[in-house]
Write a protein that binds this ligand. Structure first.
Ligand code: ADP
Length: 478
C-alpha cells in the first residue's frame, strides 16, 4: 500500500533529524577520539603523580639508584601509572615496569617541561599498537621523569559519561520536538488541503460540486484553483447536457404535437372537407420539415464540434461568395424595407469550404434581417489585415445586451424567445453552427453590439498566402 503523504513527511523529518544528530555526534566523537580532553581525569592524576614524585625525588641524590627505584616503585603502585627516570644520555635509571612499553625517545629531549605546572601530555603507539599517554619532566642535572599510562579504554563510555553528552541529548530531544511541531505544521499546511481536495473530487464524481478553499503552499493553491475551475466546467457541461436534452425534446415536442393533432383530425374525420384535409396535410408537411431541419442542424453541429464534419476545402473567392449570399437576400430585404449593402472589393482567396462559409454569412444576414425593422440598414464590409481578412456585417437593428453577447453562440440560446417566435422560427442553432464552421477554418467570430442601436458581427478568416503550400496542394487536389 502506498504510504500517505503525511507518513512520508513525518518519516523524512525523522530520518533527517536522525541523520543530523548521528553525523553531529559521530563528528564530535571522532574529534574527541585523539583528544586528551576526554581523559582529563587521568591526566590530572598523572600530573599530580608527576608532581609528587618529582617532589620526593628532589630530596635524593641522583646517584642513589636504589632510593630512586624505591620511590618510583611506590608511586607506581599507588597510582597504577608506569614511571621511569632517564639519565641525561637517555639510559633508564629506574623504571616501574615493562620497559619495552616506554616511548622511543631521542636524547637530549626537546620541549620538556621544567616543572610540573607546565605539564604537556604526549601520546605514542606502543609495540602492542595501543595508544599511550606520557608526560616528561626534567629533574635536576639533566635527568628526566616519565609518567606513562595506556589511553583508557571505552571511548564511547567516556563520551557518554562526559559533560558533552547531556547537551547533545538535550539538543536531540529539542530537535525531535521541533520535528513534531514542523511535521504538525506541514500536516496542517499540505495534507489538510489535499484531503479536502480529495473529498471534493470524490463528491464531484457523484455529481456534487463543492468549492475547494484556496489555501496552503502556492502549488497546492494553484491545484485548488484548477480543481475549482474544472469543477465549474464539469458542472456547466452537465448543466448544458441537461439543457440540451430538454431543448431538443422541447423543440421536437411542438411540431410532433401539431403533427399528432392534425393526423388525429384526419383519422377521426374532424377534417373532412378537401380544404381542411389539405390544410392538415400542409401543417404535417411543414412541421415534419421543421423537425428534419432541426435534426439536420444538430447533426451538423455535432459533427463540427467533434471535428468529423467533412469540409470540402478549396480556394474560395470571398468576393463572389459574399455577393451570392447578398443576392439571395435581396428580395427579402426589399420586402422588409431594409437596405442591404455590399460594395464589391478586392478580397484575397482563402482556403475553405465554400458552401459552409456561405452558411455562416447566410445565418448572420438572416438574423440581421429578422432583427432590423423597416427603414434600417445592413452593411457588409471587409478588411484585410496581414494574413487575415475580417468581414463585418453591421445592422441597425435591436442590438444585443452585453450579457447575451457571448451566450448567443451557445446551442439553443435565444435572447428573447417570445419575440423570436414572432420574428421567425429559429431555434438558436444558427450562430453556434456558424461559430463551429469559422473555428474549423482556423478563424474566429464575435459580436459587438449596442442595444437599441444595432449589432456588428465580425468573422475573421485566415488568408491563404500565394506561396502557401497548403493552397498549392489543395489546388492540385481539385
Ligand atoms: P436563431 O435560430 O434563434 O436565430 P441564432 O443562433 O442564429 O438562433 O441566434 C441566437 C440569438 O442571437 C437570437 O435568438 C437572437 O436573440 C440573437 N441575435 C442574433 N443575431 C442578432 C442580431 N443581428 N440582432 C439582434 N439579436 C441577434
Amino acid at each position: 500500500m502506498a504510504a500517505s503523504l503525511r507518513a512520508r513527511l513525518w518519516l523524512s523529518y525523522a530520518v533527517l533529524i536522525l541523520v543530523l544528530l548521528c553525523s553531529m555526534g559521530s563528528g564530535i566523537v571522532v574529534s574527541l577520539f585523539n583528544s586528551p580532553w576526554l581523559y582529563r581525569q587521568d591526566i590530572l592524576r598523572m600530573q599530580l603523580t608527576e608532581a609528587a614524585t618529582a617532589q620526593l625525588l628532589s630530596a635524593l641524590p641522583m646517584a642513589d639508584t636504589a632510593g630512586l627505584d624505591q620511590i618510583i616503585q611506590d608511586q607506581a603502585s599507588q597510582s597504577d601509572f608506569q614511571l621511569a627516570i632517564y639519565s641525561p644520555s637517555g639510559a633508564i635509571v629506574a623504571s616501574s615496569g615493562q620497559e619495552n612499553l616506554l616511548p622511543n625517545l631521542t636524547f637530549p629531549l626537546q620541549n620538556v617541561a621544567s616543572n610540573s605546572d607546565q605539564l604537556s601530555v604526549k601520546s605514542f603507539i606502543d609495540v602492542d599498537r595501543r595508544v599511550r599517554f606520557y608526560t616528561m619532566q626534567s629533574l635536576r642535572d639533566g635527568y628526566y621523569l616519565l609518567v606513562e599510562t595506556p589511553r583508557p579504554r571505552g571511548l564511547l563510555l567516556a563520551f557518554f559519561g562526559s559533560e558533552l553528552f547531556t547537551p547533545i541529548l538535550i539538543s536531540g530531544i529539542f530537535a525531535f520536538l521541533v520535528m513534531i511541531i514542523v511535521g504538525l505544521l506541514m500536516d496542517r499546511w499540505i495534507s489538510k488541503p489535499l484531503n479536502k481536495m480529495k473529498d471534493a473530487a470524490r463528491s464531484l464524481a457523484v455529481g456534487n460540486y463543492q468549492v475547494i478553499p484556496v489555501e496552503g503552499p502556492q502549488e497546492i493553491q494553484q491545484l485548488a484553483q484548477s480543481l475549482n475551475e474544472m469543477g465549474k466546467q464539469v458542472r456547466e457541461s452537465s448543466q448544458s447536457q441537461r439543457d440540451f436534452v430538454s431543448n431538443v425534446s422541447h423543440e421536437l415536442k411542438t411540431p410532433l404535437t401539431s403533427i399528432q393533432g392534425f393526423a388525429q383530425a384526419i383519422m377521426d374525420g374532424t377534417a373532412q372537407t378537401p380544404e381542411a384535409l389539405h390544410r392538415a396535410a400542409e401543417v404535417i408537411y411543414k412541421e415534419a420539415g421543421r423537425m428534419s431541419r432541426l435534426v439536420l442542424d444538430l447533426l451538423t453541429l455535432a459533427r463540427l464540434e467533434a471535428g468529423t464534419a467533412d469540409l470540402q476545402k478549396s480556394g474560395v473567392d470571398l468576393n463572389e461568395l459574399l455577393k451570392n449570399v447578398v443576392d439571395k437576400f435581396a428580395l427579402q430585404a426589399q420586402q422588409n424595407q431594409v437596405s442591404l449593402e455590399w460594395k464589391e472589393q478586392h478580397l484575397p482567396t482563402i482556403i475553405g469550404d465554400g458552401d459552409r462559409l456561405a452558411q455562416v454569412f447566410t445565418n448572420i444576414i438572416d438574423n440581421a434581417l429578422k432583427f432590423t425593422s423597416a427603414g434600417g440598414r445592413i452593411t457588409l464590409s471587409a478588411v484585410q489585415k496581414l494574413s487575415q481578412v475580417i468581414i463585418s456585417i453591421a445592422d441597425t437593428g435591436a442590438g444585443i445586451a452585453p450579457q447575451d453577447q457571448k451566450r448567443i453562440f451557445e446551442r439553443f440560446y435565444q435572447v428573447d424567445k417570445s419575440r423570436q417566435a414572432r420574428v421567425g422560427r429559429g431555434v438558436g442553432l444558427g450562430l453556434p453552427i456558424a461559430r463551429q464552421i469559422v473555428l474549423a477554418h482556423g478563424g474566429d467570430i464575435w459580436v459587438e453590439s449596442q442595444p437599441g442601436k444595432g449589432s456588428t458581427f465580425m468573422v475573421r478568416l485566415p488568408v491563404a498566402r500565394s506561396d502557401d503550400t497548403t493552397l498549392q496542394v489543395k489546388m492540385k487536389d481539385l
